[in-house]
Ligand binder design. Structure first.
Ligand SMILES: [Zn+2]
Length: 69
């Protein structure tokens, strides 16, 4: 299974890794609540790929700016 990280705001591809080398616990997914799992994780069975929503540095910075103003 591949794990692909992408930005939830601008859809920028942020990187991927091979889940065979990293367990769910090590990735921290086991700490998520079921609601968070459905919000942040999306599994595509046809591609055997897990997509993980996150924020890229640029969007993270923009959100900080919004919160500050
Ligand atoms: Zn972004």
């Amino acid at each position: 299974m591949d794990i692909v990280y992408y930005c939830k705001r601008c859809n920028a591809y942020m990187g991927s890794l091979d889940a065979a080398k990293a367990s769910e616990e090590r990735l921290g997914f086991s700490m998520l609540t079921p609601e968070e799992r459905t919000e942040f994780l999306r599994y595509d069975g046809s591609k055997n790929t897990l997509y993980v929503k996150t924020l890229c540095e640029r969007c993270e910075h923009q959100e900080e700016q919004i919160l500050l103003h």
